[in-house]
Write a protein that binds this ligand. Structure first.
Ligand code: PEP
Length: 248
């Protein structure tokens, strides 16, 4: 059985006041059939962990490739872990774009995160022009090969398919487009890491997931959950997405 995961990415949103939303979400209790993860800004990780306890897992949104050192303003995987994180998102398209992160950078960060004991949520996704040029699967295949280090397992890796054009736009691929990419990712992971590992890695869809579209997205084969931006900021919206995943 693969783990189902509802992951929320708060991005650069939230001060201490935002923890009230996490408190509301935590009060709903743990879903029976799914794990819930919130990735707040790193300034909130420690306090978020105190609020979420064992009900909701807490993660970082990025970490440095090195374990420590002279990297002003950066956060290491070990620091995230020490603050209470169990997961870290890596290779989000906003990191790839704003910080010129390449697949190789993501791969090195992932290795460092694994060494620190974190589960990595590695993001891949095509741009609109790549989709329109019918290059989606080539792009996704290249990103999977380049961004995931050797040594992946169903325990240390989660992959999130996030078409860049669907993030924060309200646009969502068709269910068959999502299914095609997820089936392709599953096949690629099985081919590289063996069937036993490949079939246990949770595959998330991300990009404008809302309470209204979550049930149909979770019904797509090889979709094991969602990485959610905007709708994860409100406990009621994210709670409805979690409930849809739990029921799927
Ligand atoms: C994201 O940034 O990972 C994301 C999926 O955002 P949104 O849900 O707002 O589209």
């Amino acid at each position: 059985m693969r783990r189902k995961l509802a992951a929320g990415n708060w991005k650069m949103n939230g001060t201490a006041a935002a923890l009230a939303e996490l408190e509301t979400l935590t009060a709903k209790g743990a879903p029976e059939n799914a794990q819930v993860l919130i990735c707040p800004p790193s300034t909130l990780i420690s306090r978020a962990k105190d609020v979420a306890g064992d009900i909701i897992s807490i993660g970082g949104q990025d970490c440095h490739a090195n374990q420590s050192g002279a990297h002003t303003g950066d956060v290491s995987a070990e620091m995230l872990k020490d603050a209470g994180a169990t997961h870290v998102i890596l290779g989000h398209s906003e990191r790839r774009e704003d910080h010129n992160e390449r697949d190789e950078d993501v791969r090195i960060k992932a290795k460092t995160a694994w060494d620190a004991g974190l589960v990595t949520v590695i993001c891949v996704g095509e741009s609109l022009s790549e989709r329109e040029a019918d290059n989606t699967l080539d792009i996704i295949g290249g990103q999977l090969a380049g961004s995931i280090p050797d040594g992946a397992t169903g325990e240390n890796l989660v992959v999130a398919y996030e078409p860049i054009w669907a993030i924060g736009t309200g646009k969502v691929p068709t269910l068959s487009q999502i299914g095609d990419v997820h089936d392709f990712m599953r096949a690629r992971l099985e081919r590289r890491f063996g069937e036993g590992v490949g079939r246990t890695v949770p595959l998330l869809y991300g990009g404008s997931v809302k309470p209204g579209n979550a049930p149909e997205i979770f019904a797509v084969s090889n979709v094991d959950g969602a990485l959610v931006g905007g709708a994860s900021l409100k406990a009621n919206d994210f709670g409805a997405i979690i409930a849809a995943l739990d029921a799927s």
